[in-house]
Each structure stands twice: as structure tokens, then as C-alpha cells.
Design a protein around this ligand. Structure first.
Ligand SMILES: Cc1ncc(COP(=O)(O)O)c(C=O)c1O
Length: 404
């Protein structure tokens, strides 16, 4: 649907949205009318260089043609059947995902937060069934972000954040330790701890990659204690960081890993993958979903993964990320540039990240801001050096104008 098909002006459409929608988002002041590749366009075809990609979703590019075709074909063939019969894209995707990332089993969900709910539930059930009724405690990281349903919210180590304030008690069974502090994580575990759960790169928490020592240390500690290592790869998964999954940078494997965002090539799909041993915790009736494993979303994900393979998007993310971060380090007012692949953050000394974001928007570059002084960029992984040069020139101009 394009705006001109509706007969409405952009102004009228925005008025309708404001009148009828419950608003929890700070919106960019334009109508995203259509999109292609690395650009979003308004109704007048004004291009916006898209360095947020639906927040790390459109990794294979906006409206990727293979994904679009897969969606169209599947929608015409079989749209939704619930999970009673077998469905073709589900089974094919399950094999593709498990063999690509080296895990045994998959359970489909629809979103990142749901994938994390499934991960938390599976770990808790594994603990209770194998070790006793109190064995469900999980240690997660301070400053983490795992989603907005109650289990994921409770796993999120940000008690002062708007995502937790005003909702009453969180789900019990979680403790929090500072990220990248192995000894603090060990100390936060007790005799009832069944798992440690982290993001390999904290995304919403300010783009903080796990150190090698931390990740490998957690794996070793979990093995020694018979505990599970749960990785939230909702943002880092599917080539974003320069590998299929971020855990592959560290030479370790999780017991359960969650994923969503880029997996569906723009369609909503989430999932958890687990080892055979841990997956046994879920059996008939213990978990389920109406839409999880939706045939159209699975078909889209299959096409997206094929695109990632054909276009070598992991390698591309690695090399474009290094190139882009190299440019960003030369910006004035930079305290630190950090990231993994094309999950990139810039922390400024005193400049406001939100101000930089707004300035960039005025110049038709879309980025996001986190906290007081950080901007985050998660562009489609198909970006070229020219796209990076263009984005960098805009950010530089924005920073210079703000510091003038
Ligand atoms: C690491 C991480 N986990 C979970 C989520 C929640 O995903 P969703 O918004 O699809 O529920 C996000 C979303 O930004 C995320 O970055």
C-alpha cells in the first residue's frame, strides 16, 4: 500500500496515527512509504539512507526480492495451519538453521522476546526436572536487554529503565552481575542457579561486545557447575557481527540460543535452538504458540538465509564493519567506537546521541541513539563502501554542526 493509493496526505496520515494509536515510540517525522535495498523513501520518493534497518532486521536489504517472492508464493500456497500438521517450510528451515549454526533442535516463536521466554522456560524446566524444584535461578547481566514480556523483562538487568518501571513485581528467579566481569557472575550464582544468560554484544545496553575471556570463562564455569549457558542472539544473530552467530567468534557453543530480527528477512519470526539434552525439557503441552513457525515467515527465513549465503553477508559485515568503524574513529568528540561486524556504536564525550540522531535525520540518514551519548548503527549487511562513506560524511557534518 502506497500513500498515494489512499488519497491521503502525509499530514493527514500522521494525524490519524496520532489520534488512534497508543504511542510508545519516538518517531522519525516522515512516512516510510516504500523501501528498497539500503534506502527508505517517503511518499515523494525522498531517499533516507537506512542505517537502522528496522533495528537490525533488514539485513538482506529492504524488500529483498528473493524474500518478497518467497512470501508471495507461500502466501498463495499455505498461509497458516497451526502446528498440528507438518508444514514444508518449517521442516526445511529447521534443518537449515540447525545445520548452519551447529545446534540440534529448534522451537519456533514469533519475536525476540518470545524466543527469550522460550529460552528461560526451557532452562527452568530443565533445572527443575533434573535437579529439583528450586533449581531455576538464572544470572543475567546488568544493563542487558532481553525484551518486553514478563520473563524477558525480568531477565533484563535495568531496574531504572522505563521498560520495567510501573509494572509491579518482576518474575522472581533472576540475579544480575556486571557484564564482562567473570568473577562477579560466578559470585552471583548460588546452589539454585541453573543458567547464565547474556547477549554476546549488549545492543540496547550501549553496544558492548563480550570479551573472549568473559565468554570462554562463562562456558567453562557453566560446564564445571553443570549449569547452562544461554545466549540471546536476537540482535547479534544471522551474520550481523561477521559470523552466522556471534558465539562463533568465541569458539564456544551455547546450550540454548535465541534468535529473531534478521532471521526472517523482514518477516516476524523468532526461535530458540538447543542441544538434544536440554531440548528434552519441552514436551507435549509444556510450551506452544499459535503463530510460531508460520509457513510464510519460515519461507521468508529460508530465502533470507540463502541470500546471506549467496552474498557472503557474514564476511561482508566483518569487512564493512571494520571499514566503517575505522572512519568513525576519526570523528571529533569520540570517546569510543565499539562493535562487532556491522553492529556499531559510537560513544561521544559530551555530545548527546539523540541530538546527533536528529541532525542525521535532517540530512536523511537514519540511525538510533542509546542512553545519553551513544549512537548505534545496524545497517543492512549489503551496504557498500560508498554507503559507509556517505553515512560517515553525514554523521561528521552533524557532529561538527552540533559542536560549533
Ligand atoms: C538482544 C535482544 N533481545 C531481545 C529483544 C526483543 O526482541 P523483540 O522486539 O523482537 O521482541 C531485542 C530487541 O531489540 C534485543 O535486542
Amino acid at each position: 500500500m502506497r500513500l498515494h493509493d489512499t488519497g491521503l496526505s502525509a499530514k493527514l496520515l500522521k494525524e490519524k496515527a496520532t489520534q488512534y494509536m497508543i504511542e510508545t515510540y519516538e518517531r522519525f517525522d516522515f512516512v516510510a512509504d516504500h523501501a528498497k535495498g539500503v534506502y527508505l523513501y517517503d511518499e515523494q520518493d525522498t531517499p533516507y539512507l537506512d542505517f537502522y534497518a528496522g533495528i537490525a532486521v533488514n539485513s538482506v536489504g529492504n524488500c529483498n526480492q528473493k524474500v518478497v517472492k518467497a512470501v508471495q508464493e507461500q502466501a498463495e500456497t499455505l498461509m497458516q495451519v497451526f502446528n498440528y500438521p507438518y508444514s514444508i517450510p518449517q521442516a526445511l528451515l529447521a534443518e537449515k538453521i540447525c545445520t548452519t549454526i551447529g545446534m540440534d533442535k529448534i522451537f519456533y516463536q514469533n519475536t525476540g522476546t518470545e524466543a527469550n521466554e522460550a529460552m528461560i522456560k526451557m532452562a527452568r524446566k530443565y533445572g527443575v526436572e533434573n535437579y529439583g524444584s528450586n533449581k531455576y535461578h538464572i544470572v543475567t547481566a546488568k544493563n542487558s536487554f532481553h525484551g518486553r514480556t514478563f520473563g524477558s523483562m525480568s531477565a533484563t538487568g535495568q531496574p531504572d529503565n522505563a521498560c520495567q518501571i510501573g509494572f509491579g513485581d518482576m518474575t522472581p528467579g533472576f540475579s544480575y552481575a556486571p557484564y564482562n566481569d567473570l568473577e562477579a557472575f560466578k559470585a552471583a550464582c548460588n546452589e539454585n542457579t541453573i543458567a547464565i544468560m547474556i547477549e554476546p554484544v549488549q545492543g540496547e545496553g550501549g553496544v558492548n561486545p563480550a570479551t573472549m575471556e568473559f565468554m570462554q570463562g562463562l562456558r567453562k564455569f557453566c560446564d564445571e557447575k553443570g549449569m547452562l549457558l544461554l545466549l540471546d542472539e536476537v540482535q547479534t544473530g544471522w551474520c550481523r557481527t561477521g559470523k552466522w552467530m556471534s558465539f562463533m567468534h568465541y569458539g564456544i557453543k551455547p546450550d540454548i540460543v535465541s534468535m529473531a530480527k534478521a532471521l526472517g528477512g523482514g518477516m516476524p519470526i523468532g526461535a530458540v535452538c538447543a542441544t538434544n539434552e536440554v531440548a528434552k525439557a519441552f514436551s507435549a503441552g509444556s510450551h506452544g504458540t499459535t503463530f510460531g513457525g508460520h509457513p510464510v515467515c519460515c519461507a521468508a527465513a529460508l530465502a533470507a538465509i540463502e541470500e546471506m549465503e549467496d552474498k557472503h553477508l557474514a564476511e561482508r559485515a566483518e569487512c564493512m564493519g571494520a571499514y566503517f568503524m575505522g572512519l568513525l574513529k576519526t570523528l571529533p568528540h569520540v570517546k569510543e567506537v565499539r562493535g562487532q561486524g556491522l553492529l556499531v556504536g559510537v560513544e561521544f564525550d559530551t555530545l548527546s546521541g539523540v541530538d546527533v540522531k536528529h541532525k542525521c535525520f535532517d540530512k536523511h540518514l537514519l540511525i538510533t541513539a542509546i542512553g545519553a551519548h551513544i549512537i548505534r548503527m545496524v545497517p543492512p549487511l549489503i551496504i557498500t563502501k560508498e554507503d559507509c562513506d556517505k553515512a560517515f560524511a553525514i554523521i561528521k557534518e552533524a557532529v561538527e554542526e552540533l559542536s560549533a
